[in-house]
Structures are given as C-alpha cells and as structure tokens.
Design a protein around this ligand. Structure first.
Ligand code: F0G
Length: 356
C-alpha cells in the first residue's frame, strides 16, 4: 500500500472491481482537534473530514466502485433514491462514466447544495411526493424492471468502496487503532462498511482490536438507536421521520440490522441527538476548529458531546468522529441558525459602530 497515494484506489486489493471511473475520491484529512478535545476533556479527538471529497461527501467512495461495476456490467442507466448526497455523487460519476442517471428525491426535503449538484451534472431529477423510504421502494421496483441499475447502498459494491473510509483512518493513525469511531447513521450502510473494513484488516492481523463503533441518529429519525436502547438486534421502522439533518431523515434504514450487528460486535454504542444539539455541535466544530460540516455530519460531534457528558466516553479515549458531508451542502440551515449579519452604511464610521 505504501507506494500508492492516499485515496480510495490505494486499497484496490480490498475492492471487488477494477477502476473504470474515478474523480480522485478519498484521501480526506484526518484533523487532530486539540481545542475540541481540551474543551470536552477527551484525550484525543480527530475528525475525518469527508466534506473534502470531489462532490463534498463520503458517498464518492462508494460511487467510484459502484459506477465502475455498472460500467463493467455494460449498464446504460444508473439510478438511486436519495436524501441528497447519494444523488449528487451518482450524478457526477455517471457524467464522468458516460451513463444516464435518474435520481428520486423526497420533495421539499433536499438541501439546496445537493439538489443543485444533481441538476448540474445532468441527472434526471424526479421529486417524489413522499419521504426517502418511499422513494427507495419505487427505485427498487424500477431496478427489478431493469429500467436502471440501482446504486443505493443496498447494492453491495457501494459499501465495498465506503470501506476505504476506515482503511484511511487506520492508515493516517499509523495503524494505532482508535478506541472509538463515531458515525452518523441514516440508511445505516456506512457504519456497516466501516465494520466490514476493520474486520477484514483484523482477520489479516493488520490491526489488533476493533474500535467501539458508535452510531448517532437524530431524535426524530432513530430506529437504530431505539433498538439499541432496548437491547434488540432488530428495529421498528418509523413512519414519519423528521429532523433538520435531512441527510439522515430516514425511518426504515435498509441496513439497520447490519448496523446493530456492527455496534454490538464491537461493544459500541448508539444514541440520539436533538436538532438543537446538532446545530450547536455544527457551530462548535466550525468555530473551535475551522471545520465546516453539514447537519447530519455534526450529529457525530453532538454524539461525542452527549456521550462524554453522560460518561459513556472516557477521558482517556482516542476518538474519531466521521464528518460525512461539507457545510456548503446546506447553506440555508447555516444562514438560519447563525443569524449574525450586521448592516452598515458605506462609510468607516458606521462600520466601526456596528462591529464594536
Ligand atoms: N451523513 C450524510 C451527510 C449523509 O448524506 C448520509 C446518508 C449519512 C450521513 C448516513 O449514512 O445512510 O450510510 O447511514 N445519505 C444518504 C443519501 C441516505 O441519500 O445521500 P448511511
């Protein structure tokens, strides 16, 4: 591995296809967040900043692999249901790969940046009058009818690519495995991909322990966290999921049972955070560390704060928070929640007055 640059295809021996389409995804920063670790009284806090990927989220890791497979299979049209990031990513990789792309989105619940991306890269954008779970059901049927090749994370090639998120974390820490990795959970494939990656390296003897995988959900969309609280290995779908973190506004996660297995097997944890806690955490990360993430990503930071306060996370832990998407994905939420614009006349005196 050492001779290859840090990106998804450095880990080609662990991926099930050859690279047919790439935008140089992966190789994202692992920030050492000293100010945050000091404030929270946790020995080491790192942020894996997935907002630095080509389309601004971790989805690009799975999409380079998934779309490479689609090309290998000779597919002409790819598609997905999405809360926004998957569609943005698929649209870009389909463009690069010369494929047609159809994306189904929950009407009115997709952040502006993500919607703009899907339109910009030339996908057919279909607004569905329902939530993500409804859109996923429809697109699955379209795949069954061979209208399109499905590139949601129930396609196993997607999580294969997403494994590289965990490979990179371990690589960037020089193979000193963190005690805990905190991950926001929506449709629940990413936490499973991280678990699969680490299990593969543990089986090879490349790492000696598994980090405690800790899945965070928004309070209004929390089937996995609720199942964990009850000690159950299965979850009850929620019919009307609601949260400001629209990326994880999902009531019936396709990989929910796998997520629970990943959490239990690693002696991990799962909990919920409120929308207010998410927005506070988003600002905390921006203003203490200069790192901008979207609300769903800030759920991992909110989870860190909450679980530290509750004593679930110990002061001597080395923790990695996965921050899945870029702050620019959802500018409207930031503008609403920050509200710190000053107005002035165009002269020095007045500007001095308002900034005083
Ligand atoms: N964070 C962000 C920014 C996301 O976009 C998603 C999922 C997640 C976390 C959760 O990951 O589903 O693997 O548990 N977004 C999907 C989408 C659902 O359509 O873009 P997960």
């Amino acid at each position: 591995l050492r001779e290859k640059p840090l990106n998804v295809w450095r880990y080609a021996p662990f991926l099930p296809v050859k690279c047919n389409v790439s935008l140089l995804e992966g190789g994202t920063p692992l920030y050492d967040c000293r100010a945050l670790s000091k404030q929270l009284g946790v020995k080491e806090v790192y942020v894996k900043y997935e907002g630095a990927n080509p389309t601004g989220s971790f989805k690009d890791r799975g999409m380079t692999v998934g779309v490479s497979k689609a090309i290998e299979l000779g597919c002409q049209t790819v598609g997905c249901a999405s809360t926004g990031n998957t569609s943005a990513s698929l649209a870009a990789y389909a463009a690069k790969g010369g494929l047609n792309c159809v994306v189904l989105l929950p009407s009115g619940k997709v952040a502006a940046g993500k919607l703009a991306q899907a339109m910009f890269y030339g996908a057919k954008v279909v607004m569905v009058n329902g939530n993500f779970d409804d859109a996923l059901n429809v697109v699955k049927s379209l795949a069954d009818e061979r209208v399109l090749y499905l590139l949601n994370s129930i396609n196993p090639y997607r999580p294969e690519g997403q494994k590289t998120l965990a490979f990179e974390i371990v690589d960037q820490l020089n193979f000193e495995v963190p005690d805990r990795i905190i991950i926001p959970v929506g449709n629940a494939a990413n936490i499973w991909a991280v678990y699969k990656a680490l299990s593969e390296w543990k089986a090879l003897g490349w790492i000696d322990k598994m980090p405690k995988l800790t899945g965070i959900q928004a309070e209004g969309a929390a089937p996995v966290a609720k199942a964990f609280k009850e000690g159950s290995s299965d979850f009850q779908p929620e019919l009307n999921p609601e949260t400001i973190a629209t990326a994880i506004r999902i009531g019936n996660p396709a990989s929910g049972r796998k997520a629970l297995k990943a959490i239990y097997d690693t002696k991990g944890y799962s909990t919920t955070v409120t929308d207010a806690e998410i927005l506070d955490a988003q600002k905390l990360l921006g203003r203490k560390e200069g790192v901008g993430v979207e609300p769903a990503s800030a759920a991992s930071i909110a989870g860190l704060v909450k679980l530290r306060n509750e004593g679930v996370i110990d002061s001597d832990e080395r923790v990695v928070c996965v921050c899945t998407g870029n702050v620019l994905k959802d500018p409207d939420t930031v503008i609403k929640s920050c509200g710190n614009i000053l107005n002035a006349e165009p002269n020095v005196t007045d500007v001095k007055r308002v900034i005083a």
